[in-house]
Design a protein around this ligand. Structure first.
Ligand code: AMP
Ligand code: MG
Length: 422
């Protein structure tokens, strides 16, 4: 077992530096770089299996017992030694007693006789086959049925699902509701899991007003922070809400200092490009550990990636659509690595488009999309301030870096938000 005191080393400060001279970074290269440079940053702890739902396994789970632990009946019926009965009619004496789930029969069933057995009950000594009760005529102290019997019919073998010592779940797995059944059946008591990844979320911009409060006409509500906090929560991380920060270099600096102390990764939005008020990119550049990635992606202005006091920072664009898409395409898989789940990219499905679009070569495009009657619909406007489209959509369509002429019926790759883990 991994010691809970063991913590991985801090990330190197130049982890996002791109080779000099690189201009537009293809999405695939950015992904490869993130995968190469990032590693798990959270330690481990031991939890009772009861509390493990939603946590990430830090070690494989090895079955402590087989499933089923002992041979048992798959149906309600009568247990016999199957080989004894050939073709033809048989009338067989019933042994006194029965075997029920949790209440096994303690005796031995003599050859040529039968014992009443219920679903889930241990196969009694002397038997290997169960005759369905529907295939039997029941008398006072005997049953009648037709042979031949299929040997071992309606009986589950010990360990036929998994055996003691089998690896039932791998390290890195985020435990699902169905995994809880498997973990419990395998006899797990304590499991070694990752401590939750702490994700700090900061919004920047003088124009931002707080959700639920009054706003002047020249203000907009901070829409990114609630979205990013909710995404991080839904992905299974712990969140640290650091609020809105004005477009002021020192305030942004203080917010990053605070975030780096309290979190394992920082998501910011706004101020990520190279304008006068783009303090996020300026500050990250100051540390010398910043890559202002001109990503070949639409939507998405430059994504500022950097390290702040050894904590990775994703400086997402301010436009909510671009912030949402960049969070899904870059921050989500990266947070998976930091959290110990490993890099996971959704596979998506190829489905016929119901829309038309001519796409130029050069950058990958993501459209807000949803599936209706087996076809992919795209949101009418591609404007990256159109927040309504984010919510209208159930996912994204990914159009490749190359040019593409999409007509109704053209196959396009669709990822539902769920595919990203949301
Ligand atoms: P910026 O990247 O800071 O230049 O912002 C680009 C656009 O996104 C501007 O129109 C901002 O007002 C808008 N924006 C920035 N942050 C947010 C936010 N948290 N919620 C909604 N819109 C935002
Ligand atoms: Mg701004």
């Amino acid at each position: 077992m991994t010691s809970s005191k063991l913590t991985p080393p801090p990330l190197q400060n130049d982890c996002f530096a791109l080779p000099p001279g690189v201009k537009w970074t293809p999405v695939a290269d950015a992904h490869a770089m993130l995968q190469r440079r990032l590693d798990v940053v959270v330690g481990t702890e031991v939890l009772s299996v009861r509390d493990a739902f939603g946590r990430v396994l830090a070690a494989p789970v090895i079955a402590k017992r087989s499933n089923p632990p002992a041979a048992n009946s798959a149906v309600d019926g009568y247990a016999v030694a199957g080989a004894t009965f050939e073709a033809g009619t048989h009338v067989v004496a019933l042994v006194d007693g029965r075997s029920a789930a949790g209440q096994p029969y303690s005796g031995t069933v003599p050859k040529g006789q039968a014992l009443r057995i219920l679903t889930g009950a241990a196969m009694p000594v002397g038997t290997d086959t169960v005759i369905l009760q529907e295939d039997v005529t029941l008398g006072e102290q005997e049953i009648a049925f037709r042979g031949p019997l299929k040997l071992s019919a309606n009986a589950r073998k010990a360990g036929e699902d998994f055996a003691t010592g089998d690896e039932v779940l791998p390290s890195g797995r985020r435990i699902t509701a169905t995994d809880m059944a498997l973990l419990t059946a395998s006899g797990a008591q304590d499991v070694t899991v990752r401590k939750p990844l702490r994700v700090a979320v900061i919004s920047t911009g003088d124009e931002l007003a707080e959700a639920g409060e009054s706003a002047t006409p020249d203000q907009i509500y901070d829409a990114n922070r609630p979205m990013l906090l909710s995404m991080a929560k839904r992905l299974g991380h712990d969140v640290v809400d650091l609020g809105r920060i004005a477009d002021n270099r020192e305030d942004v600096r203080a917010a990053l200092d605070d975030a780096a102390q309290r979190a394992d990764v920082i998501l910011t939005s706004g101020g990520a490009s190279a304008g006068d008020e783009d303090h996020m990119s300026a500050l990250l550049q100051e540390t010398g550990a910043m890559a202002l990635w001109r990503l070949a992606i639409k939507p998405g202005r430059p994504l500022a990636l950097g390290m702040w006091n050894e904590t990775p920072v994703f400086g997402l664009p301010g436009n909510p659509v671009a912030a949402g898409v960049c969070a899904l395409i870059f921050a989500t898989p990266a947070m998976g690595v930091l959290a110990g789940e490993g890099w996971q990219e959704p596979e998506g499905v190829l489905l016929p488009a119901s829309f038309e679009k001519r796409k130029k070569a050069g950058r990958r495009e993501y459209l807000r999309a949803r599936v209706r009657e087996g076809q992919v619909e795209a949101f009418a406007s591609e404007g990256s301030g159109r927040i309504s489209g984010l919510s209208w959509a159930d996912g994204l369509v990914e159009l490749p870096d190359e040019a593409m002429d999409i007509k109704p019926g053209t196959l396009v790759r669709y990822f539902s938000y769920r595919d990203f883990g949301l």
